[in-house]
Design a protein around this ligand. Sequence first.
Ligand SMILES: Nc1ncnc2c1ncn2[C@@H]1O[C@H](COP(=O)(O)OP(=O)(O)OP(=O)(O)O)[C@@H](O)[C@H]1O
Length: 394
Amino acid sequence: MSEEVNAALEFRDVDILFDRGNRRGAIEAALARLDAGETREEIGRALKVTVGVAGANLAVARGEISVLMGLSGSGKSTLLRAANRLNRPVRGEVRIGNGLAWLDIARCDDDTLRTLRKTRIAMVFQQFGLLPWRTVRDNVGFGLELRGMAPAIRRDVVAEKLDLVGLSNWADAYVHELSGGMQQRVGLARAFATDADILLMDEPFSALDPLIRRKLQDELMDLQKRLKKTILFVSHDIDEALKIGSRITIMREGRIVQTGTPDDIALRPVNAYVAEFIRHMNPLPTIVATAVMRRFEDLPRLADGMLDGGRIAVAPESATARLAGRPLPIRPHGEWQPGALCVVPAQLSLGEIVALRQRSGLPVLVEVDGRLAGLCDDADILQALCGEARFRPE
Ligand SMILES: Nc1ncnc2c1ncn2[C@@H]1O[C@H](COP(=O)(O)OP(=O)(O)OP(=O)(O)O)[C@@H](O)[C@H]1O
């Protein structure tokens, strides 16, 4: 099996245009202008054609949460909706992999499309898309019912999925009796119930208040650990994207500006536009110890051979440290005691590092792959907080 087919979903050179004027040949003319480098605005003005998405290339790996991020109108939903052909690209391919071969959902016949929508791809909308006259149980089982699944089997599948999202006691309630957060859980359960391996989620949590929203993000990440779906998720919230995304794609005016891991986006923005998004993020839960620390290999040596870490001296080889001439004990995170230096794991968040620094009054040491690799002191923490390192586009 080629590595390529390992992706579950892939957009290749996708252009999606909306013809507002219905003039013959307008789409072809718009494509020619697009290829000649005209902007979305110029094309819109000249031809009454809206460029929803232009030249989009994106591979979504099996089992990852890939987040589309961008301002309103940047083309996130348009691209997402191409994954089940609610929007049909005028050019390019939207390929669904099954591990062995690709299918182009942009061009496949209607029967294949129907089968893909029933079996492979499910959508969760912002406004839940639930049917108010049906109970929670019947909403979750709706897709299965359409597929003709026998009622007894359906009941079992629905019960299992309701259990998964913590709504077993609400099976017989009507959806209007539920809070917004609970309704969105019903939407999730319905998407999981179809056994689709690809979930399309269009701002599913954005109508919810911040507390419920964070809780559902946590729940989604928890469920994802168990279910390992391939999720394409639209958000306009950078903190949400950095929290849940294994990869993030930043879109602007219909085009993809950058795709990368949260670290790529947060630490290596490709241009000022992406950097501007990052400037507004909350770094405390997002930035991790390895991105904050000063690496030992960059520290100068003192006369006695120890590394000069500013107010402390460290000898990582022998795991010893000194403060103002006195030896300092070193303790792993979890066994830390006042008066000792704490060794934290590579992925510990900046927020937790700040808390530890506050309690201990000392720098923290960072362990990477079982070795002491660097330290975070006040200057490093402040630099990470104000984003010095993060905002420098390459
Ligand atoms: N069905 C449609 N017909 C005409 N124009 C459309 C259609 N769908 C989207 N567009 C246009 O395509 C562009 C991209 O819209 P899209 O909804 O994808 O943006 P978005 O990034 O998802 O924004 P938001 O965060 O506001 O949902 C916009 O200019 C929009 O008006």
